[in-house]
Design a protein around this ligand. Structure first.
Ligand SMILES: Cc1ncc(COP(=O)(O)O)c(C=O)c1O
Length: 499
């Protein structure tokens, strides 16, 4: 935080002036200009297009701290997608292979290769270790088809009890276990947070569970950053500990990619998968990404004993022979050998456009900025005053900045969530909620400003104040009502008779 000016030069840390001074001193502040920040009027309007009634004073930006759910749109996505449409419109099928003087992406036959270099820098991989394809859950299934090969001795999967539902019981992991005719009661091993309120999972607890099931576990599948608590797991320590006990290790990086620096190759991770619609800003449901370590992906002879089997498709087969239709699968070396279909070009175009914004900086510089933004959010939340009453919320994300990404999860007192959300919505402060009591607040490293954080905290403070007043008023009414009932008297609603 050394680059931040001392508070007395620019007002107190809790002033707007101070937040603005942090923005002026921020070397990455220009990146915000790359994004479309919805205005308050945009958020409130019931149409996507502006109408004549939009007033000038409604051009004020909303306070968007929801990049953990859906990242905002980079301005250049529109230009890239328009160009794609023009190529399709003017070239038809030739768009697959014709190099154009004004192209923004490779011809569609090679478009899947364009993201590899910029993406590999974000996840810390060799470019051949990443592929852009399909969707996150589909990729987890494809990777488990390769890396979850249960035997009589090793068949368990360790995962967290509070995993995102798509990965969890009933869905990806459970269905994989059932697919192998195994019992989910026996084969699914859950990590349960000791503290149910904050969902924190200490590394030591994860390592102990690995030890407890070391000889019977085939796979460990964990999130890089936990979606609910925002905890950033110690990926290198957990990976090497499990691998040393013969366990294959995969990571769901939905909330980690573009948020925190990763070194998947150096950490020797077996495989990983992620989406591109959160911190990667490529739009809802955008084509996803996966990583396969080179020690697995470099084996390309399907007849060799060390070849990693896979559910193959023609797009994973060698480009030079792909169109010869020889019905012989010759996998491309690396993660690309897991591709099934020709990728959606419009979708890949959005990912490439978004990656070009990441190319304006580095993931390390973004992390530095993110630590400051989230630290500032935490400081402001902790310094709010509550007129003598206790704070009506608790930050459940780890305090240690090394154990979290951009997101802070805020656990509200019982009954406060709905009124708080109502007020935030009224004021166009966009966050997301996990009922019954948590809001997740994520200053995105690429586009949120210190002023966004400051504005959010003002709105949140007022929202909590209102919600507390509202719930204590209704609480008092209930106390009066129940004391009347306890005395056996008649209340104005006739409740005692009903009782
Ligand atoms: C941690 C995690 N895993 C899996 C998913 C499911 O992703 P998809 O719908 O893209 O398959 C999500 C979605 O938000 C997620 O947050």
């Amino acid at each position: 935080m050394s680059s931040q000016p001392p508070p007395n030069e620019t007002g107190t840390r809790s002033s707007l002036q101070y937040a603005q001074s942090l923005d002026s001193a921020d070397p990455l502040r220009h990146l915000r200009e790359e994004f479309i920040i919805p205005s308050k009027a945009d958020i409130k309007r019931r149409t996507a297009t502006k109408d004549a009634a939009t007033k000038n004073d409604e051009a004020e930006p909303c306070t968007y701290l929801c990049g953990n759910s859906l990242g905002l749109q980079p301005k250049r996505v529109s230009e890239y997608v328009q160009r794609y449409l023009r190529v399709w419109g003017s070239k038809g099928v030739f768009g697959h292979f014709t190099e154009l003087e004004d192209q923004l992406t490779s011809p569609w036959l090679d478009i899947g290769d364009d993201p590899k270099v910029p993406l590999s820098k974000i996840v810390g991989a060799q470019s051949s270790e990443v592929a852009v394809m399909a969707s996150l859950t589909a990729n987890l299934h494809l990777l488990m088809a390769s890396f979850y090969r249960p035997t009589k001795e090793r068949y368990k999967i360790i995962l967290e009890r509070k995993a995102f539902p798509s990965d969890h019981a009933c869905y990806a992991v459970e269905s994989q276990i059932l697919h192998h005719n195994l019992s989910i009661d026996d084969a699914m091993i859950f990590l349960d947070p000791t503290e149910s309120r904050n969902h924190y999972l200490p590394t030591s607890q994860i390592l102990s569970l690995i030890d407890a099931h070391a000889s019977s576990t085939a796979l460990l599948l964990l999130p890089g950053v936990q979606f609910y608590s925002g905890q950033f797991f110690d990926i290198p320590t957990i990976t090497s500990y499990a691998q040393a006990r013969g366990i294959t290790v995969g990571w769901d990086l939905a909330h980690a990619t573009g948020n925190v620096p990763l070194k998947l190759h150096d950490w020797n991770v077996d495989f990983a998968a992620w989406c591109h619609y959160k911190y990667m800003n490529a739009g809802p449901g955008a084509i996803a990404g996966l990583f396969v370590h080179s020690r697995h992906g470099s084996k390309t002879d399907p007849t060799a004993a060390d070849f990693v089997p896979r559910l193959a498709g023609w797009w994973g087969s060698d480009k030079s022979s792909r169109f010869r239709m020889e019905n012989r699968f010759v996998p491309i070396e690396g993660a690309a050998g897991w591709q099934l279909s020709n990728p959606s070009a419009i979708d890949a175009t959005a990912v490439i456009a978004s990656l070009s914004v990441f190319e304006m900086t580095s993931i390390e510089a973004l992390r530095e900025r993110s630590l400051k933004l989230t630290g500032y959010l935490e400081d402001l939340l902790n310094s709010l005053s509550w007129d003598g009453r206790s704070k009506p919320f608790e930050i459940i994300t780890p305090k240690n900045a090394g154990e979290r990404g951009a997101q802070l999860s805020v656990h509200l007192e019982d009954g406060l969530l709905e009124p708080v959300l109502e007020y935030l919505e009224e004021e166009c402060a966009v966050v997301d909620e996990r009922r019954p009591s948590v809001i997740r607040v994520a200053p995105a490293p690429l586009y949120n400003s210190f002023e966004d954080v400051w504005r959010f905290v003002q709105i949140f403070h007022a929202a909590c104040g209102k919600a507390v007043a509202q719930t204590s008023r209704s609480g008092k009414e209930q106390v009066v009502a129940s004391s009347v009932l306890a005395e056996g008297g008649k209340d104005s609603h006739g409740w005692s008779e009903i009782k």
